[in-house]
Each structure stands twice: as structure tokens, then as C-alpha cells.
Ligand binder design. Structure first.
Ligand code: GDP
Length: 537
């Protein structure tokens, strides 16, 4: 173990290590089975012997206060677990995403750190609102998506219908690699489409053991399964005729998605998913920096911070910054440079977060996630690098807020704590912080994608910064970026609109609703308003 400011030269070892990595996240609507699938994947990789070790489950989706309690009790495991496990020769990095829609901005940031995503659908529900939102981010970022249709062990919709939904609603060509045999709720197994074989459904109790595959050739399958087998063949053939052959390049280009059917809770289809990730999912690739220059994988160490998490526990005010390694070898003890401040950052305390446990990381390669502890100097979007030249990766996107509230300290004597807290929450991206001369610094406006962000912000202002706040909700729902500052007055003098400035200097025009926005645009045709869906920060 080397310590100090060693600049690790890259080389073939880095390229080889990077190509063993698969770094991905599961995107899904709450309840589709993300935690169950995560456990099943880890189990299959035989890292954990008993399901349930990754996430405790009790009361996971309670009310907000429960969420806070759990967050406190479990330290950082709920929103920030980055799980690493070996599967054969492959190193799997599974990045966790928060389950609640209100934290979708966090999820978006996590997605900036992955190379692919598994879109998990509930067979009875198909594409749900949160899945759609997250898929939009994958599309925006060009992230290839594998689709896993879950809960096939119980009644649900028809396979063809679910595949059609992918084409019709999100324009993604479904390329099924398995196809269910048997009716919904009476699953007999799946057709392994490329091999033309039958894989029998052998449920194992709640994923506590790994079922071996039982396979039959086409002829045996027909004899054994009769009409169910023929129907599965016909349906999958129908889809192939309509959508075309499986084409890995279309998956990489994110225009098509391989589809698997399974039941995570029964451990069915999970191994297939792992094999598919190994075979097909993109390996870490060289990344472009903010100037568009490509940073080779074997260049000296570089990484970017995609998430900063502060322990909610008062006794342990530790702050962990999660960074994805983009190039080179990370070695614990290295002193790296923070590109934002130009200052050195010592990486003595680095952890890998595995469920509720943390273990020290000594070495990490491109695609891996490192958790830098006590990283109070680090912000989301920061680049860390070693050696020369300096490198800075593009900032992370921030999203259109839809909820706005004025924050005021309830204890005016704690103005300093208030300012510090507001600045920190803004920097972490817990909420976006907006201000205007009219409102002044004592009354910043918090903007959020979902209202639960406000509760987290208020809780932390009190518990962590010692400045309790009162939030006064504003009746704005729609935000646009105002491109031309000379037009500020046009928006500001509207009755249902206002201009506020974000910490990064962007002018946001807020409107009571879509109607107010339309009326404003109609009255001022030259107004330069840009959508805020997902912009590079
Ligand atoms: P998450 O909110 O997406 O993390 O979903 P969970 O993993 O907590 O699963 C939600 C519920 O669906 C739980 O009761 C699971 O036991 C159940 N579930 C998950 N996968 C399956 C499956 O394959 N079949 C069935 N029948 N239930 C499942």
C-alpha cells in the first residue's frame, strides 16, 4: 500500500481491470421489486448467503418521519449504497437509487455515474410514472437500458402487450431474450430465445437459495409443455417479425432494449440478467472532460463526485462524498487535486459501502465507486484528479423544480448558522437555493423536484445546523430559465410570475402554472425562456 502523493501510471492493468467492470443502476417505480432484485443479484453472485443483508426491509416505505428514522438508524445505506460484488471474473458495481419519486434528482445524479441501467417493470403494471421519468434521463444521457419484467410468478399483463408498450410509449425497440411459457400466474418457465431452449421455472423460497437451471431442447419442450410452448414460440416470433432481430449495436445506441422475464422474489431470471450484464452491458469507457477532451482510461487517476451524503446522526456528522473513478488507479492515501478549488485532497479515509457495512478501499479502477469520508470540502459535480494536466468533467444536471418555498429562520439570533446551513444544503443539492434582491438573503427560496426534499432540508437545518426554519410555500409550479437578463423586468412585473437567481447564477422565471406561462409568452413573444428539463450544470 503506497501512501502520499504517488501518481500512479496507468497501463494495461487499468484497461484490463476497467473492462472487467459493469457499473449500473436499477431504475423502477417503487414496489416493482428493486430491493428484491438487488438482493437476488448479490445472492446469485454468492456474496451474501442470506437475502435481506443488503437492505433491511421493515417499514421501508413509511411516512416521512419513518424515512428519517431509518436513514438515521442505518447511516448511509438507504440512499447511497454502492454495492460491489464479483460474478465470475466480472466486478459488478450496482449503484443504489432512492426509491421515492421526490428524490429523483438524487437518482439523476446517480445515473451520471453508471454505464447502463436495468429498467425493472412490474408485470401487472408495465411502465409507471417514476419509471418513465427515470427512463427519460437514461435517454437524455444515452444510457443503454436492459428491461427486466418482474413478478411473472403471478397474474399480470400479457407479454406482447408489455413489449408493445415499450415501443408505443417510449419508442424503445423491445428485443426479448426470454419469453414466458405458460399463462400469467401459472408460469412454467421461459423460452431462451437465442438458443431456442426451455428453462423451467423452479421457484426457490424467497431467494434464499440459488436454483439450478433445468433446460430442455425444443423437441423435448414441445412434448413436455404442449400448447404453452408453441404459443410462446409463436408470440416471440411475432415480435421478432415486427421488431427485427436482436441487435447489440442498437442496445449500445440506446434505441433498443433487451427484455428478460422473471420473478426476482423467486430467484427466477436473475442469473440470466447477470449473464446478460456480463456479456452485453457496456464497460467503463473513456470520458470526455468539460472541454470535450477524452480522458483515456489509463490516464492518471480521475473521478467525479456524484453524490454527497451527510449522516443524519448528530453524533456522527460525517460527510461521505461518492465519486466514480473515470481513469487510472485509485490508491488509498493518494493526495489528489480538487479541480473546482485547485486544492489538494488527502484520501486517507476511503470506504466502500456495502449495505450497512463499510469496508476500507485500498484500490479502485475505472467504473468503481469510492466513498470519501469526512469530505466536507467536496461538492456534487467536483472532479478529483492526480498528476498533470488538470482535468475537469462536465457538471451534473439539475432539474426543473416544481415546488417552491421561502425559508426563514425561526430564531433570528442564529443568522450565521442559517446562512451556513442554506449554503451547504444548496451545495449538496438537497434543495436548489434561489434568491432575489427583493426577498434578500434572510429569505432564500428553496426549490425542489418533490416536496419531501423540503422536509429533509428543514430537518437538517434544525438538527445539523442548529437553525430551525419555517417554510412558506409559494404558489409557483412551473420554472423556466431566462436566457436574456435584460428581460427580467418583463417577468418580474407579472402578477403570477417572478424571477429568482440560482446559486450558479442562472435566472429562473417562476410561474403559477402553465396557463400563466402561456399568457406571459403570448403577451411577450420575444421572451427567451428555455426549458429546464436536464441541463448540464
Ligand atoms: P422496491 O420498492 O422496488 O424496492 O420493491 P421491493 O423489492 O420492496 O418489492 C415490493 C414488493 O413486491 C415486496 O412485497 C416483494 O416481496 C414483492 N416482489 C418483488 N419481486 C417479486 C416477484 O418477482 N414476484 C412477486 N410475486 N412479488 C415480488
Amino acid at each position: 500500500m503506497t501512501a502520499g502523493n504517488t501518481v500512479q501510471a496507468g497501463g494495461p492493468e487499468v484497461i484490463a481491470e476497467a473492462s472487467r467492470r459493469r457499473t449500473f443502476a436499477v431504475i423502477s417505480h417503487p414496489d416493482a421489486g428493486k430491493s428484491t432484485l438487488t438482493e437476488a443479484l448479490a445472492l446469485h453472485a454468492q456474496v451474501i448467503s442470506q437475502a435481506g443483508a443488503v437492505h433491511g426491509k421493515a417499514g421501508r416505505r413509511g411516512v416521512t418521519s419513518d424515512w428519517m428514522e431509518m436513514e438515521r438508524a442505518r447511516g448511509i445505506s438507504i440512499t447511497s449504497a454502492a454495492l460491489q460484488f464479483a460474478y465470475g471474473d466480472t466486478v459488478i458495481n450496482l449503484l443504489d437509487t432512492p426509491g421515492h419519486a421526490d428524490f429523483s434528482e438524487d437518482t439523476y445524479r446517480v445515473l451520471s455515474a453508471v454505464d447502463s441501467a436495468v429498467m425493472l417493470l412490474d408485470a401487472a403494471k408495465g411502465l409507471e410514472p417514476q419509471t418513465l421519468k427515470l427512463f427519460d434521463v437514461c435517454r437524455y444521457r444515452g444510457i443503454p437500458v436492459i428491461t427486466f419484467i418482474n413478478k411473472w410468478d403471478r397474474p399480470g399483463r400479457e407479454a406482447l402487450q408489455l413489449c408493445d408498450e415499450l415501443t408505443d410509449r417510449i419508442g424503445l425497440q423491445p428485443m426479448p431474450l426470454t419469453w414466458p411459457v405458460g399463462t400469467a400466474g401459472h408460469l412454467r418457465g421461459v423460452l431462451d430465445v437465442p438458443r431456442g431452449e426451455f428453462v423451467r421455472y423452479l421457484p426457490t423460497a424467497h431467494g434464499t437459495t440459488i436454483a439450478p437451471d433445468e433446460r430442455l431442447g425444443a423437441r423435448e419442450a414441445e412434448a413436455d409443455l404442449g400448447a404453452d410452448w408453441t404459443q410462446a414460440q409463436e408470440e416471440s416470433e411475432l415480435l421478432r417479425a415486427a421488431e427485427g432481430e436482436f441487435d447489440a449495436s442498437r442496445f449500445s445506441a440506446a434505441t433498443a432494449t433487451p427484455v428478460l422475464f422473471g420473478a426476482a422474489v423467486r430467484n427466477f431470471g436473475v442469473r440470466h440478467l447477470l449473464d446478460l450484464l456480463v456479456e452485453l452491458a457496456p464497460r467503463p469507457a473513456p470520458r470526455a472532460d468539460a472541454d470535450g477532451r477524452i480522458r483515456a482510461l489509463d490516464a492518471p487517476f480521475s473521478a467525479f463526485v456524484f453524490k454527497v451524503q451527510t449522516g443524519m446522526d448528530r453524533a456522527h456528522r460525517d460527510q461521505v462524498a461518492f465519486a466514480r473513478v473515470c481513469s487510472g488507479v485509485f490508491e488509498r492515501g493518494m493526495v489528489v487535486t480538487n479541480a473546482t478549488t485547485g486544492k489538494p485532497f488527502a484520501t486517507k479515509y476511503v470506504q466502500q459501502v456495502f449495505g450497512q457495512q463499510r469496508s476500507t478501499v485500498d484500490t479502485a479502477y475505472p467504473g468503481d465507486v469510492i466513498g470519501l469520508v469526512n469530505a466536507t470540502a467536496l461538492r456534487v459535480g467536483d472532479t478529483l484528479y492526480s498528476g498533470k494536466p488538470a482535468v475537469r468533467f462536465p457538471g451534473l444536471p439539475s432539474f426543473a423544480p416544481a415546488h417552491f418555498a421561502v425559508a426563514r429562520p425561526t430564531d433570528l439570533g442564529r443568522a450565521k448558522q442559517f446562512r451556513k446551513g442554506v449554503e451547504q444544503l444548496g451545495a449538496e443539492g438537497v434543495v436548489q437555493v434561489l434568491r432575489s434582491d427583493l426577498r434578500g438573503d434572510a429569505a432564500p427560496v428553496f426549490a425542489a423536484v418533490g416536496p419531501m426534499q423540503f422536509e429533509v432540508a428543514a430537518h437538517r437545518m434544525d438538527a445539523e445546523f442548529g437553525s430551525p426554519i419555517r417554510l412558506e410555500h409559494l404558489s409557483y409550479q412551473v420554472a423556466r430559465r431566462l436566457a436574456d437578463p435584460s428581460q427580467r423586468a418583463l417577468v418580474d412585473k407579472g402578477r403570477n410570475s417572478e424571477i429568482l437567481t440560482r446559486l450558479d447564477g442562472a435566472d429562473l422565471a417562476l410561474f403559477a402554472d402553465e396557463l400563466a406561462l402561456r399568457l406571459m409568452v403570448r403577451a411577450n413573444p420575444g421572451l427567451a425562456l428555455e426549458p429546464l428539463v436536464a441541463e448540464g450544470g
